[in-house]
Design a protein around this ligand. Sequence first.
Ligand code: ACO
Length: 431
Amino acid sequence: MTKYAKLTIDGKEIELPIIEGVDGDKGIDIRLLRQKTGFITYDPGYGNTGSCKSAITYMDGERGILRYRGIPIEDLAEHSSFVETSYLLINGELPTRDELNRTSVQLNDHSLVHEDMQNFYQHFPRGSHPMGILSAMVNALRSFYPELLNTDEGFEQTFLRLLSKVRTMAALSYKISRGHRVEYPRPDYTYCANFLNMMFNTPVKPYMVRKELVRALNVFWILHADHEQNCSTAVVRSVGSAQTNIYASISAGVSALWGYLHGGANQAVIQMLSEIHEKGVKIEDVIKRAKDKNDPFRLMGFGHRVYKTYDPRAKIMKKNCHEVLNRLNYQDPLLDIALELEQIATSDPYFNDHNLYPNVDFYSGIMLRAMGIPTNMFTVMFAIGRLPGWIAQWRENMTDPEQRLARPRQVYTGYAPRPYIPIEDREPVEC
Ligand code: ACO
């Protein structure tokens, strides 16, 4: 039976239906609020606004819980692979052995990118940020692969194409940025092993794919695979709501992810730690700046819109990071700085009172660095990981009968009506 919330506005009481989700998730359905009262809701940044019902990912920011399709992130990180987790997110269930094998074969079949695409890469100015290139190239996929079949089979082909090709495109852009020969995907390598090989194999220095790095990369991408209605996913859904094709929608998501308050934070963390290391900036001064209301600086890799406790992904990432550095016998002074920074920040009343803890980006860059991934590729790594989430969410949005064109409203605060003044009658503007 539907429950209702009562709201009194201007002396008039109205009832708004309550929506109950799983595990305590609840909302108030305000769809008829404006029609019944003339009021809209005001919620910059949508911190209290549910834009959809979703069966993909569950998050509890107070308890630090994250589950994909009901399965805890800890279990997936421990036992699953990125390909299997992608299948789970997109199709809703874990694959059978046959389904997983078939997916791997198809990912291999779709792993090449059109040779003409390489021309585009060659003509971006040197020094272009790989996220700008990735966003443009994902959009360009629509021109190279125009057939978007409106069937389950057609959708499956498109999502496999995206998952496989975007990974190849990322490695390709790195090779071209270095002026190196492009390394093609190999059919005998798994998804993650293939990526590492495409990144690092050269004709003069064969790359030995190490299985512990393949595992670490699987975990890294599993941790990033979805995070319900985060900024980039909300963008993907929003663009898709205009019936825009999946490539253009995901290209917009890549652009949103690029920002340093979102996926770009993993690059910003390394820049912050490097400054402390190279320029001798004191950790205490960094903390002081982060707390200063008159300084826009923030402690990068700290804080989250939803998590008000330790990000469960950050816990796993920290462990993953330690393991990779140990296995590679790689000493990184930035790890020591990060550990000290975390220790000082988490015992500081400002960070405690504001519920600021390390997020997934705090330790990820240190691990990627040890693996040989250049800093400007960090957010691209995040984007590859987030692809299955974007695809699953785009599809859910397109098939949800309650979804409409995304179109927020506003409370207008500009001029009241006023007449147009011909240019000859306007006051000259002082320079
Ligand atoms: N350092 C210092 N203070 C912070 C930080 C931080 N990293 N994050 C939030 N705060 C403070 C704000 O100054 C504000 O203080 P006030 O209430 O005293 O004015 C308060 O905490 C709330 O901040 P908001 O910006 O309103 O919180 P919001 O939920 O919008 O921000 C965000 C979340 C953007 C992630 C923020 O914590 C931040 O900027 N973190 C650093 C960037 C970062 O690591 N981004 C990655 C997030 S994870 C991801 O997207 C993959």
